[in-house]
Every structure is written in structure tokens, then in C-alpha cells.
Design a protein around this ligand. Structure first.
Ligand SMILES: C[S@@+](CC[C@H](N)C(=O)[O-])C[C@H]1O[C@@H](n2cnc3c(N)ncnc32)[C@H](O)[C@@H]1O
Length: 259
């Protein structure tokens, strides 16, 4: 995949490379992350990944005294969507871009066996890793489903809560993701996402394919992100937190409701 580009906007790079090429590069990167061949969105070492998840306020202890290292070693989040709001027993939760499954497993503990958690991901190697982790943890009410968040293989109005961690920035069509999220949530359902947003326009060298797959190049300004959520029909769109992540980038937590 070639580096590029003259444009300084996320949309400019999409226009230049095309959505299919961007998605192919994202799949390639996360296949490597799942296999431990590269890292993303943080540090490459296991110990600092554990530390990072603790810094984000993860309650790892609810998975048991010893969280299997394979659950954490492909963790590629940039926040903790579960810290945004509570999950209630019996709820149906959908995790967009579930990766190796950490957020799904924690959500499964919270909704309990009367609830259900669906992890959606488009990368086979990540799905394989997540299913192995699920078997290690013995959580039967979690399902990992292959699909793209721009066209979710999920029934209309069937989900109580959508979570996502550092994934929507990777989509070349965020409007479509938010429209799909709105479609699958039941009325009153909530969206709780951790993601990356830009502060101003990024320099052109951060709008490369590699920067895109590393959760930087596809990020958009927070106001634009919130505007897209409202345009999809979401109400009560709130920024729960926004912290500097890297220069010109912030790690944000956003909550919204389907009226
Ligand atoms: C940065 S990782 C985050 C993984 C996980 N949420 C976590 O916190 O560790 C991005 C994940 O989203 C998946 N992904 C990226 N774009 C996607 C899309 N359009 N549809 C479905 N999954 C996608 C990737 O395969 C990868 O597993």
C-alpha cells in the first residue's frame, strides 16, 4: 500500500485511495496485530498494555484473578467505553470492531447470562483470537460475528447498547456507520464509544495509509464527529471526556441515545 498524500483531510485521503483500499490496509494491519507481529494505538509490550488498560480504568478483576494474557496482548483500544455508563443484567450489547474481545468479555460479566454480547469485526485473525479467548474464559453468552460496521449483519432495533473502542476513526464512511448504529439500536438504546478525534487539521504526513491504520489518519475533528451522530438521528449527544492522546489528537468518550 503506497504512502500518499497531498490532502490534509480524512475525506481527501478516502477520495485518493478509495474505500476498498483503505479497508484492505486496515484488515492487513489488524491481522498483524492479532498475530503479535505489530502493534497499534499504544505500546507494543504486554506489560505496558496491561498498564494502559489499568490507566483507562478497566476493572480487569471482574474477569477473574488472572486475566489470560492473550486477552490483553492484542488490546488496541484508546479508552474504556464501559466507563461511560452502566450496563444492566439482561441487556444486548454490540461491540463494533471487537478485536481480541476485552470489552466484550467485560460487558458479558456485566449483563450476565440473561444478556447477550455480540462482537463484530471484519478481520478473520482477530475473530479467531477472540473466539480462543472466549473459550479460555468460558463465556457462553458472547458471540463473535464477521462483518463490517458500515453494513452490520444485525437485525433492526435488536440491540440495547452499542460500544466501540478506537474503531470508528478507521472507517472511510463514518456517516454510514452511525446510520447503521441507529438502525440496529432499539428506541431508547444507547451508544457508548471511545475513539480518537483531531484537534484542527492534521499535517499531510499524518494522512498516510499507515497513519490511517494506526488510528490517526482517519480521525476527524470532534465537532464533525458529533455532527455526524446528530445527522444520523442520535439525541443527547454528549462528550463524556476528551484528553490529549498525542499532539493534535485527543482520546474521546462519547455517549448518545436513539430517541
Ligand atoms: C484499533 S483495533 C480495536 C480493537 C478493540 N476494540 C480493542 O479495543 O482492542 C480496531 C479493530 O476494528 C476492526 N475494524 C476496523 N474497521 C472495521 C470495520 N469497518 N468493520 C468491522 N471491523 C472493523 C479491526 O479488524 C480491529 O480488530
Amino acid at each position: 500500500m503506497s504512502e500518499c498524500c497531498g490532502s490534509q483531510t480524512s475525506q481527501g485521503l478516502v477520495n485518493l485511495l478509495g474505500e476498498d483500499d483503505i479497508k484492505a490496509a486496515v484488515r492487513e494491519r489488524y491481522t498483524e496485530v492479532a498475530r503479535g507481529e505489530t502493534s497499534c494505538c499504544g505500546s507494543p509490550t504486554d506489560s505496558t498494555r496491561v498498564q494502559r488498560s489499568r490507566d483507562y480504568g478497566y476493572e480487569l478483576n471482574i474477569l477473574g484473578e488472572e486475566v489470560p494474557v492473550s486477552v490483553l496482548d492484542s488490546f488496541a483500544g484508546c479508552g474504556n467505553p464501559l466507563a461511560i455508563d452502566t450496563l444492566n443484567p439482561g441487556e444486548v450489547v454490540l461491540d463494533l470492531g471487537s478485536g481480541a474481545g476485552l470489552d466484550c468479555f467485560l460487558a458479558a460479566k456485566k449483563v450476565g447470562p440473561t444478556g447477550q454480547v455480540i462482537g463484530l469485526d471484519m478481520t478473520d485473525a482477530m475473530l479467531e483470537k477472540a473466539r480462543k479467548n472466549q473459550a479460555l474464559l468460558g463465556l457462553n453468552h458472547v458471540e463473535f460475528r464477521k462483518g463490517e460496521m458500515e453494513s452490520m449483519p444485525i437485525a433492526d432495533a435488536s440491540v440495547d447498547v452499542i460500544i466501540s473502542n478506537c474503531v470508528i476513526n478507521l472507517s472511510p464512511d463514518k456517516d454510514r456507520v452511525f446510520r447503521e448504529a441507529y438502525r440496529v439500536l432499539r428506541p431508547g438504546g444507547r451508544l457508548m464509544v471511545a475513539d480518537i478525534a483531531t484537534v484542527g487539521e492534521l499535517p499531510a504526513d499524518l494522512r498516510s495509509t499507515e497513519a490511517w491504520t494506526g488510528c490517526i489518519g482517519g480521525a476527524i475533528p470532534l465537532d464533525e464527529y458529533l455532527g455526524k451522530l446528530r445527522a444520523a438521528g442520535f439525541a443527547d449527544v454528549q462528550v463524556v471526556s476528551a484528553q490529549e492522546w498525542r499532539p493534535m489528537l485527543q482520546s474521546v468518550k462519547v455517549r448518545a441515545i436513539k430517541p
